[in-house]
Design a binder for this molecule. Structure first.
Ligand code: AMP
Length: 112
């Protein structure tokens, strides 16, 4: 998508600190980290959100979670939180599906 920030990051048109680049998934550090470790795991395919998932996307989305787990391990996180904001009301601000990996501090529940 020509007007999507994360598509531009994936294409190398906008700089980001990449921590993983696979065939169909990338991960880069969040520009406004909410925890000592805050990484976004993103499919290369432009998919707006979980709400836009089709049956054919189930494997890809499952592998996003598996990649997030590997990244948390590589970052040395004892515990971590995965967040997938879906829709504006839930706090989604970039409409290209992504999994936040947050760790390195104590987390509270419920989230704000
Ligand atoms: P969400 O609000 O769930 O859609 O998450 C979008 C995330 O993208 C936010 O945590 C932003 O801080 C992050 N973000 C926005 N612009 C950039 C950027 N240029 N590089 C890395 N992360 C970004």
């Amino acid at each position: 998508m020509s007007n999507c920030l994360f598509c531009k990051i994936i294409a190398g048109e906008v700089p980001a600190t990449m921590v993983y680049r696979g065939i169909d998934i990338v991960a880069f550090r969040d520009i406004h980290p909410q925890a000592p470790t805050h990484i976004l795991v993103v499919p290369i395919k432009h998919l707006e959100s979980v709400a836009a998932m089709q049956p054919g996307d189930v494997d890809l989305v499952g592998r996003l979670v598996a990649t997030a787990k590997d990244i948390a391990h590589n970052e040395g996180l004892a515990g971590f939180r995965l967040v997938v904001n879906t829709g504006r009301e839930a706090g989604q601000s970039v409409f290209h599906l992504h999994v936040h990996v947050l760790g390195g501090r104590s987390m509270h529940w419920p989230p704000g």
